[in-house]
Design a protein around this ligand. Structure first.
Ligand code: SER
Length: 581
């Protein structure tokens, strides 16, 4: 069974169980202050897991584009990928453990034909925050999974959630690959390769709050996720995800350019170039840069290029992989085709930029490393600053040469130079969580007021190009071709504050995208025809297609102040603003 068939079967199965199919949200989250990329199918559903009604109903199923950078060092193993598709079904306060587990079993055994004797499952052992999950264990037992294949595991293994927000105990499903276990203690979760993790059922009935405690959610949810690439490898009896139809054509494209062999480099190249293609070709795609998602993208492209050189490939490797990725996925993600020229152009540009300094950088590296066992923070920073070597690349080359790098020293030099906090730089690359604090909700609402105020003051249809909100401030990028005057900025500020003072009611209505457009609601993205969306209204001042959440009345917002206005690209301006008491 290939990936496409697996996805169709999954969607069909859950459609028959009353689920509505939702389309993948962008890889780059729309309103998420602390995380750069969507890391799981539940991510775009956070407001709905917290209780907001979803326009498509309480039972959802879909395939979500995901990207994780925390496993980046494991990318050359058999199962970790930077970009992957996660297919899942969700219950938003509807069915719970019994149904979710029964359907997982039915789908695996009856639809996919997996021998039930190979299934091993885990359930939560219980602790202070939540009790032992007897209900899930019962559900598995009633399906014929014997006790010795049900493992009660602690929170480290059997709890799923982001740093805060909806979370809960999970029940993971593993398939015994048939190879002997590594030891007598070998059990699901052990990385030796005996147990292949295929699906996770998370029972989200808790909300992790900032201070680390848990509270009960208003509703009991189910969040499940199956990694498409891993499942396909399993179904095709392949040891590695790279041995499936999803990667073989990409590997062949690289091999046809390579002069030397090297499995690790080959895997890194196809994984990274594929992820880069999806970042560039996202609905909210960005170009390589030194910040945020753009910097993750830059790191992926540059690491792929360096590994290509280890295989004797002079240039063009990411472009070659991207062409195959676009061709293979365009049917499912037409946006890749639409953005084809942008993807290729940016990959070529980034390669040109990097190749200009790579050779010299490598020579400097040799010079610095000569007779040393450690590269200083200052030198690592020089390699970054003057030769464009991301720190992981310096570390990786150092490891190849058996020397160390003073990463702490590098971070200090970097921080000093950029005035960025180490925590935020590090955390952002690792991924984080969606924050729905009161502050971010307020800033989210005031962003709508700001967008409308800009339109009215500038008398132009300014389009939102991006937004990023932390509990401290909002950042709003929009299309406009010149600097705003002092007077314009003051008028925008005044208009927003006037609307706050008036105390406008904020509410939402559900309608088709077409109807929303006809009603004059602003929207950053095109939804599919007929798809239901929420339109948020702020009095009669603003109408925007948006997933929320928002405050109930603008009176809650405080005083709005614009801190800065500047250009970030040709025709794109950025405003930073805050809310004060
Ligand atoms: N969110 C859970 C996971 O990523 C289930 O999809 O494993």
């Amino acid at each position: 069974m290939d990936a496409r068939e697996l996805k169709i079967k999954y969607l069909d199965f859950f459609k028959k169980k009353g689920h509505a199919v939702i389309k993948s949200a962008p890889l780059i989250p729309e309103h998420d202050p602390a995380v750069l990329f969507t890391t799981a199918g539940m991510h775009p559903l956070i407001p709905f897991l917290l209780g907001q009604p979803h326009p498509a109903g309480r039972r959802l199923v879909g395939v979500q584009k995901c990207l994780r950078t925390d496993d980046i060092e494991d990318i050359d193993d058999d199962s970790h990928l930077t970009f992957f598709e996660m297919i899942g079904n969700w219950s938003l306060g509807d069915y719970f453990k019994k149904e979710a587990i029964t359907w997982s079993y039915e789908f695996l055994v009856k639809v996919l034909g997996i021998n039930s004797k190979k299934l091993h499952v885990t359930v939560f052992k219980g602790d202070k925050a939540a009790p032992r999950d007897k209900e899930s264990a019962e559900a598995w037992l009633s399906l014929g999974i014997p006790k010795n294949r049900i493992y009660f595991l602690p929170k480290e293994d059997n709890w799923w959630g982001l740093e805060s927000g909806p979370c809960g105990p999970c029940s993971e499903i593993f398939i015994d690959s048939g190879v002997p276990g590594c030891s007598a203690e070998c059990r699901p979760g052990c990385g030796c390769g005996k147990y292949f993790e295929v699906w996770n059922n998370v029972f989200m009935e808790y909300n992790k709050i900032k201070d680390g405690g848990y509270e009960r959610l208003r509703q009991k949810n189910v969040d499940t996720g199956m990694g498409v690439e891993r499942m396909v490898a399993m179904l095709q009896n392949r040891k590695s995800v790279y041995d499936t139809e999803l990667f073989i054509p990409l590997i062949n494209a690289v091999k046809s350019l390579a002069k030397r062999q090297g499995l690790k480099s080959l895997r890194i190249i196809v994984d990274h170039a594929r992820a880069a293609t999806f970042i560039l070709g996202d609905e909210r795609g960005v170009a390589p840069s030194n910040l945020g998602q753009g910097y993750v993208l830059r790191r992926l492209i540059r690491r792929a290029i360096r590994h290509a050189r280890l295989l004797g490939i002079e240039k063009g490797v990411c472009q070659a992989v991207a062409e195959v990725v676009i061709k293979n996925y365009a049917k499912e993600y037409p946006i890749l085709d639409e953005k084809h020229d942008f993807i290729i152009k940016e990959l070529v540009k980034e390669e040109e930029r990097f190749l200009k300094t790579l050779e010299r950088g490598l020579r400097i590296f040799e010079k610095i490393a000569r007779n040393k066992s450690r590269i200083s923070g200052r030198d690592a920073f020089l390699l970054y600053q003057s030769y464009g070597f991301p720190i992981e690349m310096t570390q990786e080359i150092a490891v190849e040469k058996g020397i160390k790098v003073d990463v702490k020293g590098f971070t200090e030099a970097y921080e000093k130079h950029r005035g960025l906090s180490r925590v935020s730089a590090g955390k952002k690359f690792k991924g984080g969580l969606a924050d729905a604090s009161e502050e971010t909700i307020k800033l989210h609402t005031v962003t709508h007021l700001l967008a409308e105020a800009l339109r009215r003051v500038l008398k132009k249809e300014v389009r939102q190009k991006g937004s990023n909100i932390t509990p401290e401030r909002l950042r709003f990028d929009f299309s406009f071709d010149r600097k705003l005057t002092e007077d314009e900025l003051r008028r925008v500020e005044d208009l927003v504050n006037e609307k706050i003072k008036t105390g406008l009611r904020v509410w939402h209505e559900q309608m088709t995208f077409e109807k929303a457009r006809k009603a004059g609601a602003h929207a950053e993205f095109k939804a599919k025809y007929g798809e239901k969306v929420f339109v948020y209204f702020i009095g009669d001042f603003s109408k925007e297609v948006c997933g929320g959440p928002h405050v109930k009345n603008t009176r809650e917002l405080g005083k709005f102040r614009i801190v800065k206005e500047k250009s970030i690209a040709a025709g794109v301006r950025r405003i930073r603003a805050v809310l004060e008491l």
